[in-house]
Write a protein of this length. Structure first.
Ligand SMILES: Nc1ncnc2c1ncn2[C@@H]1O[C@H](COP(=O)(O)OP(=O)(O)OP(=O)(O)O)[C@@H](O)[C@H]1O
Ligand SMILES: CC(=O)N[C@H]1[C@@H]2OC[C@@H](O2)[C@@H](O)[C@@H]1O[C@H](C)C(=O)O
Length: 373
């Protein structure tokens, strides 16, 4: 078993920053020791947004963004190490998710593309880096996502209590931790992504802090019903999605059929879309005793209150109250996945992704021991 101190690096679909965590990990525990959020430079964010919404690009632009992001992830790790006053040689490995720019989880030639050259991360930090976590699962016929349900299970499953873990990032994903049943998990659809798009367009703010603006609006039922008719929401699991599908274009297509709705009412309706699509899946799976919420959406009191209202009898709480910071959950998961890979243990769950079998995940980018350079 490759117990030790690991660093997880996650840059998610919201593009709000790079989450980096340091944790001591062994077979039985994950003890978080430090965390840091590294800023995402605006020009890089714009390049990613353009690429992952299908705008024309060139191989040169893809290659340069890959190199830029690799450097950025390496710098983010170095900043965390400096802040925490931990030397690089004390770290067993980095688990680096990379930045998803395209995710196509169906069909014979399915693929998921994460940018952020792991060679650069390893070179900058001199720490063994594990990356490219999704594509081995896809090579075995899986969706390559979501991967965090295995970590949710390891960390938060209970022998008798029916629990679900919900991440509300750009996309929302749900893990079903039901006693006696294999773990299931899937993306429910948009989390904060459409909310962020809309508030940026109308108020030039990166997100609607505290759900303040949305609280001023009224839900427009015809628009909600129209959006809920999207076929993704009734697809059976395994399923996963991303910005290449739920994006500004998708939203504009929905709005084109119902002109004249005020921006603030659209905002309130988008919150309701996120909440309804999540709650429908919770209830469809037979409900639970506790819904543990992580990701940036856990900080939006309107999202939290609406979920509590639509899920009577279910305790809806942030994972923070269970000792795991909701902001750090995904980065921690990739630190843990690196530990699994280096320990020779599978990281995927076929019951979640639909892969034919369990498998080791990721590519390993090793470094020479200290003193070699
Ligand atoms: N105080 C807050 N009030 C309202 N919304 C918030 C608040 N804090 C964060 N958010 C929302 O959470 C988002 C960031 O969430 P998170 O960091 O979990 O996303 P991500 O990890 O990039 O996404 P994904 O899980 O899809 O990869 C922000 O863009 C914003 O919409
Ligand atoms: C392809 C991709 O990057 N998917 C992300 C995204 O963000 C949330 C949701 O969509 C989830 O499927 C996944 O991330 C988490 C970390 C996962 O794999 O579990």
């Amino acid at each position: 078993m490759k117990s030790g101190r690991y660093i997880g690096v996650m840059s998610g679909t919201s593009l709000d920053g790079i989450d980096v965590v340091l944790a001591a990990i062994d077979e039985r525990m994950v003890a978080q020791q430090a965390s840091y959020s590294h800023p995402m430079p605006i020009p890089i964010k714009e390049d990613i947004l353009a690429m992952c919404q299908g705008q024309q690009t060139t191989l040169s632009a893809v290659g340069r963004l890959d190199a830029q992001l690799g450097t950025l992830f390496g710098e983010a790790v170095m900043t965390l190490l400096k802040q925490a006053d931990v030397p690089a040689h004390a770290i067993t490995a980095i688990g680096c998710h990379g930045q998803t720019v395209w995710h196509e989880p169906e069909g014979e030639m399915r693929f998921s593309m994460q940018l952020g050259d792991n060679n650069r991360v390893a070179a900058l930090t001199n720490i063994t880096t594990v990356g490219d976590f999704r594509r081995r699962d896809m090579a075995y016929g899986g969706q390559g996502a979501p991967l965090v349900p295995a970590f949710h299970q390891a960390l938060l499953a209970h022998p008798t209590e029916r629990r679900m873990v919900l991440n509300i990032g750009g996309i929302a994903n749900l893990s079903l931790l039901l006693p006696g049943i294999a773990v299931r998990g899937f993306d429910t659809g948009p989390g904060n992504m459409l909310l962020d798009t809309w508030v940026w367009r109308h108020r030039a703010q990166p997100y609607d802090k505290g759900g303040q603006w949305a609280m001023e609006g009224r839900v427009c039922l015809p628009l909600l019903q129209r959006m809920l008719a999207d076929p993704y929401f009734v697809l059976p699991a395994p399923k996963s999605t991303g910005r290449e599908y739920f994006n500004a274009r998708w939203l504009d297509q929905q709005l084109a059929t119902l002109p004249g709705i005020s921006p603030v009412d659209v905002m309130a309706t988008l919150v309701e879309l996120t909440v309804t699509t999540i709650c429908e899946q919770v209830l469809l799976a037979g409900g639970c005793e506790r819904l543990l919420v992580c990701g940036g959406g856990a900080r939006n009191p309107l999202l939290m209150a609406r979920m509590s209202a639509l899920l009577p009898g279910i305790e809806v709480a942030s994972t923070d109250s269970f000792g795991v910071s909701g902001d750090d959950m995904e980065a921690l998961a990739f630190a843990w996945l690196a530990f699994r890979t280096l320990s020779g243990q599978p990281g995927n769950l076929p019951s979640v992704t639909g892969a034919r079998c369990e498998t080791l995940l990721g590519g390993i980018y090793p470094v020479l021991p200290l003193g070699h350079r």
